[in-house]
Design a protein around this ligand. Sequence first.
Ligand code: FAD
Length: 418
Amino acid sequence: MLEEQLEVLIIGAGPSGCVAAGYLHNKGFKIKVVEKSTFPRFVIGESLLPRCMEHFEETGLLNCLKIEGFQEKHGARFLIDGKPVHFDFAKKFSEGWNWTWQVPRADFDHALTRQLEEYGVNIDFGCEVTHVAIDAEGNSKTTVTQSDGSEAVLNSKFIIDASGHGRVLPRLLHLDVKSSIPDHSSIFTHVKDVNRPEGIEGTLITFDIIDLNTWLWVIPFSNGMCSIGYVGATDFMESLQGSPTEKLQQLMERSGHYAKRFQHIPYEFEPVMIKNVAKSVATMWGKGFALTGNSAEFLDPVFSSGVTFATESGLMAAKLIAKELKGKRVNWQTDYENYMRAGIDVFATYVKEWYSGNLQKIFSHADNNPEIKSQICAVLAGYVWDTENPFVAKHDRLVKALARVIELQSSNKENLSG
Ligand SMILES: Cc1cc2nc3c(=O)[nH]c(=O)nc-3n(C[C@H](O)[C@H](O)[C@H](O)COP(=O)(O)OP(=O)(O)OC[C@H]3O[C@@H](n4cnc5c(N)ncnc54)[C@H](O)[C@@H]3O)c2cc1C
């Protein structure tokens, strides 16, 4: 059986694994990426946040994306009770990127891996991790099934588990725990956007809010295709009748804004349903390994935080591994887990307060206070580690308090007019 010695093994060639691989390869470490699919492959997660541009830039992966001509994303629109609330990233509180992309992930992830291979990174496609044994020193033996069906053993000092929904180490090491986010499920597909309106309306990413728990995403791509998907409470999504196509068609009819644009257009593939999308783990690291991206945590699609969390964690884990391999001490709990959790906690508050209705109330009144809007906009752009922003530093109290003030103001107005 083939046996190979590595410094770092990266499981998964999604954005998290690619950013980690880019960084470690640039630093000269002996690494390998194993990826069970062959690319291009479909994966959901198509709306990016400006913050992740920094990670691609730092790892030399930005130019290969720029030449793909993806649809630029300069903000996000929410339709609440049919009324638009637009967040413009150029008006956000924090320093940093003001734009990003809306991307078909098959093309996006393929562009990243092609660039890495050009740089000389060894990526084994069609190679699936089946078993991992890690000793007390953190040295690991990983068994993989290669594309020709043969088995190989990869010995490494570190593993970055960037296996996304595959969740290789959380499954093998029993690290899965229930997420604190309420149970939501999603159903989605792609369509040819043949009724796309001219101008900005046609290219805008939009979250159309149907009710407190149920919303629709519309993500137009530059190649004329569009991603459409619904998110709702799992009980409700399970109660829908019919085939996946019939389910999504029923849901699309509930959108006052979009029903007509997507009526009678055949779906490119049978809609995919993912149940209970939120995932969490007991720990994001252990001796000799780090969990990054979706393998570690996923909250909810509502604020498009998934890929940004994947690249932030992939890059951070790679930096800490590089430091440790150079003989420096790393405190993984403080420097990795606590750092990542600080950002996750901000997004988790926004997701929970979205479904409690508090954030939807705040969004509806956002135009009354440009300063507050710019602070919330920075969170929506992924700048959730900027503690200068009060809506980051005091996220847990401020969102609730502001929603309460809006409630009181509204009831005062009603009393005065009554
Ligand atoms: C309904 C829904 C909507 C979403 N919308 C958005 C959005 O709009 N914006 C956003 O940023 N995020 C979104 N996300 C989240 C997004 O999908 C993920 O956060 C993102 O893809 C994570 O990237 P990753 O690199 O961690 O994992 P992935 O991109 O999933 O890559 C992991 C890779 O690991 C490989 N792999 C798995 N198991 C193994 C194995 N055993 N051996 C070898 N390789 C393996 C897989 O084949 C895969 O290619 C959404 C998620 C859901 C569920």
